[in-house]
Write a protein that binds this ligand. Structure first.
Ligand code: NAI
Ligand code: MG
Length: 335
């Protein structure tokens, strides 16, 4: 079966890492077809808008997108394109694996293999009730958690545990202080956890979680949490395994899914051909899992690990002197 994927090459290093990623995918002969769509600054320049309707239509039709980083111009009136996409397609589960790889700058060369699942549509990120009093003395912002929103993301976490043979889900919260919002999230999570007796569930307060992650990351398997906590924790986890060049993310909804690198468009190295393509390649691996091609996804991940192991054409962020494309070619040779 041919899957058509919306491909967004994006801004900054985006086109470079996408070319590298598609080169590797093409080597695998997966029967994927690509539909190109624009978003970000490149779309602003070509079509006069950051997120053209044609791009939204393409994602709605194909239901799968592989997306490079986008630059959101700084200034009044620009909402983040990523936040817009998550809202538009109700992509409620942000799935961010963090796994130790060989020859990276990780302090835990083989101790980390966890997935953070961040609720992606609610919490403090709804953007409601953001006010600052006229005298500039008082600011407010509203957080909203719904039973439905908590339920679907926690269920996703437990289903993923079952599907991937993971054993434990840690529910991360601050219900001792944020009694209404974090309280509802925790209460709902407990209800769902009770329906999965085969998966161990535990609860941890978010500040302690940060300390535990740095001290003993090997105790974690899957973490599920609300939007803001998940945003911060998943970056912490990327740091545990050697940084942004190796951190992929999937935004999953019932009707569409968008796969991307966690990092941004890296304007400081754009156009130099030295960006590490691994984060987007690992996101492509998540996409293959989602397309029910787990053997192909594992084949891709193994080729990446083998290339890191051999220190073959690693990019400068990993201490090598390879280029984005020579690194990708080294990975492709191992497939
Ligand atoms: P960034 O992630 O682009 O860069 C941070 C640092 O990491 C830079 O030194 C960069 O060179 C390095 N880096 C990032 N990816 C790398 C890679 N693949 N290989 C080697 N080094 C890499 O974050 P920054 O500078 O805060 O943001 C730049 C732009 O990216 C902003 O316009 C921001 O809005 C956008 N952005 C977009 C995201 C998305 O589309 N998902 C996510 C985060 C930021
Ligand atoms: Mg973030």
């Amino acid at each position: 079966m041919t899957h058509t994927i919306t491909v967004i090459r994006g801004d900054g290093i985006g086109p470079e890492i996408m070319a590298a990623t598609l080169h590797v995918l093409d080597t695998m002969n997966l029967g994927l077809a690509y539909e190109e769509a624009d978003a970000g600054m490149v779309a602003q320049e070509k079509h006069g808008e950051l997120l053209p309707q044609a791009t939204l239509d393409s994602i709605a039709k194909n239901r799968i997108a592989l997306k490079s980083p986008l630059t959101t111009p700084v200034g009044e009136g620009f909402t983040s394109i990523n936040v817009s996409l998550r809202k538009k397609f109700d992509l409620y589960a942000n799935v961010r694996p963090a796994k130790s790889f060989p020859n990276t700058k990780s302090r835990f060369p083989d101790g980390v293999d966890l997935i953070t699942i961040r609720e992606n549509t609610e919490g403090l990120y709804i953007g409601d009730g953001q006010t600052v009093s006229e005298d500039g003395e008082i600011a407010t912002s509203t957080s909203r958690i719904t039973h439905k929103g908590a339920e679907r993301v926690v269920r996703y976490a437990f289903e993923l545990a079952r599907k991937t043979g993971r054993k434990k889900v840690t529910i991360v919260h601050k219900a001792n202080i944020l009694k209404s919002t974090s309280g509802l999230f925790l209460k709902t999570a407990r209800e769902i956890a009770a329906k999965y007796p085969d998966i161990e569930a535990n609860e941890m307060i978010v500040d302690n979680t940060c300390m535990q992650l740095v001290m003993r990351p090997e105790q974690f398997d899957i973490i599920v949490t609300t939007n803001l906590f998940g945003d911060i924790i998943s970056d912490l986890c990327a740091g545990l395994v050697g940084g942004l060049g190796l951190a992929p993310g999937a935004n999953i909804g019932d009707d569409a899914a968008i796969f991307e690198a966690v990092h941004g468009s890296a304007p400081d190295i754009a156009g130099k051909g030295v960006a590490n393509p691994c984060a987007l390649l690992l996101a492509a691996g998540q996409m293959l899992d989602h397309l029910a091609m787990p053997a192909e996804a594992n084949r891709l991940r193994k080729a990446i690990v083998d290339t890191l192991e051999a220190k073959d054409n690693l990019t400068p962020d990993l201490g090598g002197s390879g280029t984005t494309m020579s690194f990708a070619e080294a990975i492709a040779r191992r497939l």
